[in-house]
Design a protein around this ligand. Sequence first.
Ligand SMILES: Nc1ncnc2c1ncn2[C@@H]1O[C@H](COP(=O)(O)OP(=O)(O)O)[C@@H](O)[C@H]1O
Ligand SMILES: [Mg+2]
Length: 304
Amino acid sequence: MRVPPAIEARRLHKWYGDVHAVDAVNLTIDEGEVFCLLGPNGAGKSTTVEILEGHRPRSSGEVSVLGYDPQTGGRPFRERIGIVLQQQAVEDVLTVREALELYASMFPKQRSVDELIDVVGLRPKAKRRIRTLSGGQRRRLELALGMVGDPDVLFLDEPTTGFDPSARRQAWTVVEGLSSLGKTVLLTTHYMDEAQNLADRVAVISAGNIIAEGTPATVGGRGSAASRISFRVSANRPFDLPDDLSVDRTEDGELTVTTTDPTRDLYRLTGWALDAGFNLDRLEVRQPSLEDVYLELIGEEAGE
Ligand SMILES: Nc1ncnc2c1ncn2[C@@H]1O[C@H](COP(=O)(O)OP(=O)(O)O)[C@@H](O)[C@H]1O
Ligand SMILES: [Mg+2]
């Protein structure tokens, strides 16, 4: 029997007055997947996630999370999900440990508070009041609060915004740990490296529409997109490049070949250089990064 998806949205719409924040979004996220919604500010990421969490009513469409309609699932639904909102309100007179214990007491299933304090790296701050934490430490606490009920589905809305690089890596390790426990994670981010490192699948959302979906390696045609070979020729005499290569030259002397067959073109190029006795300096082959693909998609959508 096929396992039903953990999260499903069909033709989901959200209007705020006359702002069409979510426009016919379809999503299917399987149990155990880490799924990443990528998009610029105002794209509709938070609205989509908050509807799936049951924090916001939808205007129309069908939504199912763990088989519940988030709008009517009530306590049984809320006990099985974890939430880290983009803007979170936490009682900041409590200590880190007190807040975790309080949240834990609201769930039938719980993760060990001690273990979570270590998982998010807040051991030295466990007895401190929340209001004395730095922004990054507070966000790590919020991540721990989202996990304390041992949720089957975790929603993370920009979980690492404002983190320094090492805190970000640590948060990634936490998310990877959840995924290895078979939990489903839906996260939003505008950090491409975060999506590249964490996500099994990504969807790019712009102006309320999903404009591309796939794995980080293939989304937006990335898997089949042209590569760029760049190099310089150090030669003490004039030269002609092989004519079966189409080469562009930039002002500073860098040469580039854009190709969908880098194996063949690199072979031609290095063969030509070896035969002629030239060196190819700073030779590099680059495939479009997730960021290249993303910017192209977003640019298109903005009508550029
Ligand atoms: N509570 C609200 N009332 C009115 N408009 C809103 C509200 N929340 C978000 N919006 C608008 O909806 C659109 C999507 O916002 P949001 O979902 O927060 O995007 P993102 O999380 O991708 O930045 C934006 O145009 C935003 O201004
Ligand atoms: Mg947002």
